[in-house]
Design a protein around this ligand. Structure first.
Ligand code: SAM
Length: 272
């Protein structure tokens, strides 16, 4: 999936240096902004590459954003993690945390990072002795996320700490899972893209044109079950397709919500 890299209209030499560095890292063309609209920058990149370009990474002094003609600008934001971490701190519960039976010190592998709202909530719960690694297969999203998690600041110190704790890797989860030793994470988590958006998930709407829509396969779930020490947890819609197409050991949540969590127990290796 090709993107172009440019700066804001008011570019500085430092901005241009950062933009060319990101362009190299993404193997994407750097297109000088030169007063043009982002649609014109995209057109110029497609002309240079002789291929379709899906969006433009825009580098400013303070921030990164990814622009697409369909959805406008996507900036990093913690989304629902703001309210969810605040609720947990007030002693409330969180359906994902309950479904995972997550505890301090746990190691979590989030196989579908997106904007990492779920990963940030996990990082808050597992605390300083735990670990959260989030995988994203779309390079420009992984870059936006790494930068955002490192820089975003809000007035909830617990959330700032949780964002800094999440590690991000740009890799396809199938490749990563195949390289993991058995039982290397307590929980392996998936939140695949729904082809029909959930009405409540407005926060990730601008991510939709950029995301990877590969469906979860039995092979990937089997790999994940051997990488997990306790559970594989998959978020799905109550009326989603995964319930019926794949096999589960348990289904949690969904009493008052359109979301359910599908569980697979970890597969214990049997010694010969
Ligand atoms: C629904 S979003 C995840 C939202 C996330 N749970 C959150 O809280 O922000 C799914 C993300 O997983 C990514 N993805 C899909 N398939 C993937 C794969 N095979 N490997 C890594 N990332 C993948 C998509 O590009 C997308 O960014």
């Amino acid at each position: 999936m090709d993107v172009a890299v440019t700066t804001s209209r008011r570019s500085t030499p430092e901005n241009i240096r950062r933009a060319t560095r990101y362009a190299r890292a993404l193997h994407a063309p750097y297109i000088p902004r030169a007063g043009r609209s982002l649609a014109q920058v995209m057109e110029s990149a497609a002309h240079t590459l002789h291929r379709r370009v899906i969006g433009v990474l825009v580098v400013t002094e303070e921030n990164l954003s990814v622009w697409t003609p369909q959805s406008g600008s996507l900036y990093y934001h913690p989304g629902m993690a703001l309210n969810r971490v605040a609720a947990l701190r007030r002693g409330g519960s969180d359906p994902m945390v309950e479904a995972m039976q997550l505890r301090p010190g746990d190691h979590v592998l989030d196989c579908t990072a997106g904007l990492a709202s779920d990963a940030v909530v996990c990082a808050h719960v597992v605390g300083s002795t735990g670990r959260v690694l989030a995988l994203e297969s779309v390079a420009v999203l992984a870059l936006l996320l790494k930068n955002g998690l490192a820089r975003y600041c809000c007035d909830n110190p617990a959330l700032n700490i949780a964002m800094r704790r999440v590690r991000v890797r740009h890799i396809d989860h199938k490749k990563f899972l195949a390289s993991c030793p058995p039982a290397s994470f307590d929980i392996v988590y998936f939140d695949p893209m729904f082809s029909e958006p959930v009405a409540t998930s407005h926060g990730i709407a601008p991510l939709r044109p950029l995301a990877n829509y590969d469906s979860l396969t039995t092979e990937t779930l089997d790999l994940a079950s051997s990488v997990a020490r306790r559970f594989v947890v998959v978020k799905d819609r109550k009326d989603g397709p995964l319930h019926t197409t794949l096999e589960w050991d348990d289904i949690r949540g969904g009493r008052r919500s359109r979301i359910v969590y599908l569980l697979r127990n970890a597969r214990k290796e049997v010694s010969p």
